[in-house]
Design a protein around this ligand. Structure first.
Ligand SMILES: Nc1ncnc2c1ncn2[C@@H]1O[C@H](COP(=O)(O)OP(=O)(O)OP(=O)(O)O)[C@@H](O)[C@H]1O
Length: 695
């Protein structure tokens, strides 16, 4: 009897049925599945609910579906779920659309800055918390939402904290509005916007759910007037936690060793290692690939895939793909993969216990990035990335006694960042009294005053703290740090917006230059070709333009897009430019260009007139000026802080008298990065509001 195989279409149908069955069973097995009815009832009964449940218990993917089935999307209303990170919003939306057996963008969609997959049919919408804040600018009562779920609230990002304060206000206004029919009280937003938001409808009360695996439920409950907290018991799969016997002096090296130890000694399963930033990830990636070449031929291969916030999103998505057969995937991630996400295949997590965090000195007004130990909540979240598809293991590269010493949760970001952006957003939302705003945890008065002062100096606020017209309004519309937004507006006046747009895009990404240890001399020589002796900003413009020229050349040769991309990759390799960073900068460039064009700014170039461009940089970044001191160090004029020129700067050796800079990095010393030489007299001329004195 001959043997038969199913035809291709039958095979496809069978695979599809198998996948559906798998998803149904997986959903049913989640701890949250057994409490569906109770949760929906609690949401009906309570306007604000706090939900705490173990990582992987099903909160993010299941609760919105329960609420949808429970009738919370009647009358076309939407359930909004906010995430602190873009990658979580996108991947979770994709998963939930698949669980609903629907195309992404129909019933389930996501919306993040510069990327919106939703349609009029979308009822379950995942988005970043920053995006919902921007939506509130146009629809102050968030009238299309019946429920808003603030997920991963423990992260306490600055957006989450502002959002919580805002949602509290919206809830209050909507409760009043629904009591009084259509007469809406003002919530501090501009009245005409408020009226527009609820035109023709009576706003129903807004249901608010705060959710996380590692939440101090009491503190959230207190903030929301004694809101009820529900705890979901149980986790899907166990995760073994292992600690080192000895402290590790070099966590990068310890991560490398642990990856190979797992690869050679443990069973199948992919690895997720947490590092602090792009540079660490890239250098570890190189080391892994070098060492992997020495593996015995019979051992399986290793496939490394990085994921960090400034990586273009299609490259981030590689981490979610399956490794080729016979290969172990090693995902090298920053804390963007710490919460919410399920990376398929991950069985082992490596946590060196460090994170790069923002730090802010409210007295000097200076923000910097520092590497610090994680909190217990972060360590818990990291280990929770394993045990999602089966039992897992988490290797903490520190001793158990060290874990006990970690702080419970991260200090809210709002207490350790420059507040200018927050204040600008709140002002744009019509909330004038920033000091009186009901923050969950108030930032220091000094920090608020400092940012108000900075916004006045940048011209975004008038002397009586109102949003200025048009500058303040324009700045609030640009999705950038206020200083960068202002730089674009100033550049439009100086007729060098083309150059400033490049600078802002290049400054928005990490590490444009690529200097592998084994080829330092070659990298240095390649970099010389782009350098401008006046500083790093013009150097960055040169790199960007040279790359654009390379693309232009292959376009003129009628090359297809793929070939052009290949030509650029080759060009980057030859010139020691970080291809990923450059690609990201080009993305950011095209997105901001869209914004500035919409705003009607003047997109012209100053051509060869670089002194004009340097004057423009001075007018834009005057708050970051520094003067050389007799000992060769610099003094930041705004803060009187002593700083050093970072060795990566073009001006590291020449050390001009006066510079402006864009970044302060704190390691063993205070270093400034991205500098340009300026004439100190320009400061008083171009920023008289700050530098002009009687003499
Ligand atoms: N993209 C995916 N692919 C495969 N399984 C997934 C995916 N997303 C979720 N799951 C499964 O659904 C489970 C629940 O995920 P969900 O994100 O809802 O949990 P959670 O309770 O919100 O976790 P966390 O607190 O870590 O965000 C996961 O443990 C995993 O088994």
């Amino acid at each position: 009897m001959p043997s038969f195989s199913a035809g291709a279409s039958t095979q496809k149908q069978q695979n599809y049925q198998r996948r559906r069955q798998q998803i149904r069973e997986q959903r049913k097995s989640l701890p949250i599945a057994s409490v569906e009815k109770r949760l929906v009832d609690e949401v009906r009964k309570n306007d604000t609910l706090i939900i705490v449940g173990e990582t992987g218990s099903g909160k993010t993917t299941q609760l919105p579906q329960f609420l949808y089935d429970g009738g919370f999307c009647q009358d076309g209303k939407v359930i909004g779920i906010t995430q602190p990170r873009r990658v979580a919003a996108v991947t979770v939306a994709k998963r939930v659309a698949e669980e609903c057996n629907d195309q992404l963008g129909k019933k389930v969609g996501y919306s993040i800055r510069f990327d919106d997959s939703t349609s009029n049919a979308t009822r379950i919408k995942y988005m970043t918390d920053g995006l919902l804040l921007r939506e509130a600018l146009l629809d102050p009562l968030l009238s299309k939402y019946s429920v808003i779920v603030v997920d991963e609230a423990h992260e306490r990002t600055v957006h989450t904290d502002v959002l919580l304060g805002l949602l509290k206000k919206v809830q209050h206004s909507r409760a009043n509005a629904s009591k009084n029919g259509k007469t809406l009280p003002s919530m501090g937003h501009s009245q005409n916007l408020t009226q527009k938001a609820c035109q023709g409808t009576i706003c129903a009360p807004l249901k608010l759910i705060i959710m996380s695996a590692s939440l101090d439920a009491k503190c959230f409950s207190d903030y929301f007037g004694g809101a009820k907290a529900v705890h979901i018991q149980g986790r899907q799969y166990p995760v073994d936690i292992l600690y080192t016997y000895q402290p590790e002096s070099d966590y990068l090296d310890a991560t490398l060793v642990t990856i190979f130890q797992i690869h050679l000694e443990e069973g199948p399963g992919d690895i997720l290692a947490f590092l602090t930033g792009q540079e660490e990830i890239e250098s570890l990636e190189r080391l892994i690939n070098e060492r992997a070449r020495l593996l015995p031929p019979e051992s399986s291969k290793i496939w490394t895939t990085p994921i960090y916030s400034s990586l273009p999103s299609e490259q981030q998505m590689n981490a979610f793909k399956s490794a080729p057969a016979g290969t172990r995937k090693v995902v090298l991630a920053t804390n963007i993969a710490e919460t919410s996400v399920t990376i398929p295949g991950i069985k082992y997590v490596i946590d060196p216990g460090m994170v790069k965090a923002r730090a802010y000195n409210p007295v000097t007004g200076m923000e910097s990035l520092i590497i610090i130990p994680v909190s217990k909540a972060q360590a818990l979240q990291r280990s929770g990335r394993a045990g999602r598809e089966g039992p897992g293991k988490c290797f903490r590269l520190f001793q158990e006694s060290e874990f006990d010493k970690l702080v419970d949760s991260t200090v809210p970001e709002i207490k350790r960042c420059n507040l200018s952006n927050v204040v600008l957003q709140l002002k744009a939302l019509g909330i004038d009294d920033i000091i009186g705003f009901d923050f969950m945890e108030k930032p220091s008065r000094t920090a608020i005053l400092k940012s108000l002062e900075q916004l006045i100096l940048l011209g975004a606020l008038t002397d009586d703290y109102k949003l200025s017209d048009p500058v303040g309004h324009q700045m609030a519309r640009l999705p950038l740090d206020p200083m960068y937004s202002k730089a674009l507006i100033v550049a439009s006046e100086f007729k060098c917006l083309e150059e400033m747009l490049i600078v802002v895009s290049m400054l928005s990404v990490e590490s444009i230059f690529f200097s592998p240890r084994e080829k330092l001399e070659e990298a240095r020589a390649a970099r010389k070709g782009f350098e401008n002796s006046e500083g790093d900003h013009i150097t960055l413009v040169n790199v960007y333009r040279a790359a654009a020229e390379c693309l232009e050349k292959s376009k003129n040769a009628n090359a297809k897009e793929r070939t052009m991309e290949k030509a650029l990759t080759r060009w980057c390799r030859e010139n020691f430019i970080n291809h990923r960073s450059l690609k990201h900068a080009r993305d950011v460039h095209s997105q901001i260009q869209g914004h500035v064009q919409q705003m009607g700014l003047n997109l012209s170039s100053c051509g060869e007139d670089m002194p004009l461009f340097r004057r423009c940089l001075t007018a834009a970044f005057f708050l970051n000026a520094a003067m050389r001191q007799p000992d060769g160090s610099y003094r930041a004029l705004a803060t009187s802080q002593s700083v050093q020129v970072h060795p990566s700067s073009v001006l590291f050796r020449t050390k001009p008298d006066c510079v402006i800079f864009n970044e302060l990095v704190r390691t063993t010393q205070n270093y400034v990065k991205n500098l340009t030489r300026i004439d100190p007299l320009w400061l008083a001329e171009l920023a008289p509001q700050y530098y002009a004195t009687e003499d």
